[in-house]
Design a protein around this ligand. Structure first.
Ligand code: SIN
Length: 349
């Protein structure tokens, strides 16, 4: 189905001609006599737009959600999934959600800062988490719940979290230590912590929408990237980036958000179907994320022309050490409360 962007910028309604009025009258009459039509309300349409490929944790979560809803609310709710920025991209998806031109999104946590909820930048702090179990302690606890609630300030209903995984870096040379990043133009997905992190390593961060990364690499606008491997692989970035360094320097995850007016307009029983299906789809995506990461690593190691570099603990420690000012910077910008609450959640595990 072609994307319908017209709802954001509706054209002024033209004065209907007599012919149109007549046609509409006949159509209405036909509707009146069609058997069974009046008793069946039109299905609720839920458009779920995202920016990555179907074969990623987010893409798989979205497809699973669609399948579950269609199985359980067949004929009452229709879910249309738009992957690969085919409906909305990073630049406009949150505005589209607020305006009702899409019903559901799953932006990366890093991007909520640009939408006025900078607290989510805490997830971007380099080397904050060592594994996904640690991430869960934050997302599934009081901090995670409070952050989802804060999305309400920006007319978004936060419904749950999804992992992609840990980010690695790519370039035309191995990136093992801060000096390897010196002067490199590195694409990042959002300003704030991610920019500060690249600056701490001597690189020059360039904020770009995900969909523009490949073109920016091919034109030389950017010289390096950071992302979990499933994103790197499915965007075909290996064509431009022969060196992948397993820096594991940060976490990338998502929050699923809905337009609250849409959500509240869904009949209660169907809203329950959506809620349960989404919880199951998120669990499905979270189960898959580590496996898709392993598969992508395996595939990249087999890709001719691509070299994958494992880093030693000492090399990771040097990157981590150089990025410490970024932690202090966020604490100063957002106040110590949030960062301390995250550290308490991590320590409690
Ligand atoms: C995503 O995984 O949704 C995109 C991440 C990025 O923009 O780098």
């Amino acid at each position: 189905m072609p994307p319908d962007r017209s709802t954001l910028f509706p054209a002024a309604p033209a004065r209907p001609s007599r012919r149109v009025c007549l046609g509409a009258g006949l159509a209405a009459a036909a509707t009146l006599v069609a058997p069974g039509v009046l008793s069946q309300p039109a299905p609720v349409l839920l458009r779920l737009s995202h920016v990555v490929a179907p074969d990623t944790p987010k893409g798989q979560m979205a497809q699973h959600f669609q399948a579950l809803v269609h199985e359980r609310a067949s004929g009452r709710i229709r879910v249309s999934v738009y992957p690969d920025s085919s409906l909305w991209g990073d630049d406009d998806e949150m505005e589209a959600l607020r305006l009702g031109a899409v019903e559901m999104l799953a932006p990366s946590l890093s991007k909520f800062g640009m939408a006025g909820v900078p607290e989510f930048e805490v997830f971007d702090l380099p080397y904050l988490f060592t594994d996904l179990a640690q991430v869960r302690r934050v997302t599934q606890g009081a901090v995670g719940r409070e952050l989802l609630q804060r999305l309400g300030r920006q007319q978004m209903l936060g419904l749950g979290y999804l992992d992609n995984g840990f980010k690695q870096m790519s370039a035309h040379r191995p990136l093992r230590q801060p000096s390897d990043l010196e002067g490199l133009r590195m694409r990042v997905q959002a300003p704030g912590v991610l920019e500060a992190q690249m600056q701490a390593w001597g690189a020059q961060p360039i904020v770009l929408p995900f969909a523009e990364t490949q073109r920016a690499l091919s034109s030389g606008l950017v010289e390096g990237t950071e992302n979990p491997l499933s994103n790197f692989l499915t965007q075909g970035l290996a064509t431009w980036q022969p060196h992948v360094s397993l820096t594991r320097h940060g976490y990338l995850g998502y929050a699923v958000v809905a337009n609250p007016r849409f959500w509240n307009s869904v009949p209660r029983a169907d809203r329950a179907v959506l809620t349960t299906a989404l919880a199951e789809a998120l669990a499905h995506g979270n189960r898959l994320s580590a496996e898709l990461d392993r598969q992508a690593l395996h595939q990249l190691r087999q890709t001719p022309g691509v070299q994958v570099h494992d880093l030693s603990d000492a090399e990771r420690a040097a990157l981590r050490q150089a990025a410490q000012p970024v932690h202090a910077g966020l604490r100063q910008r957002l106040g110590a409360g949030l960062v301390d609450a995250v550290h308490r959640a991590l320590a409690a595990g």
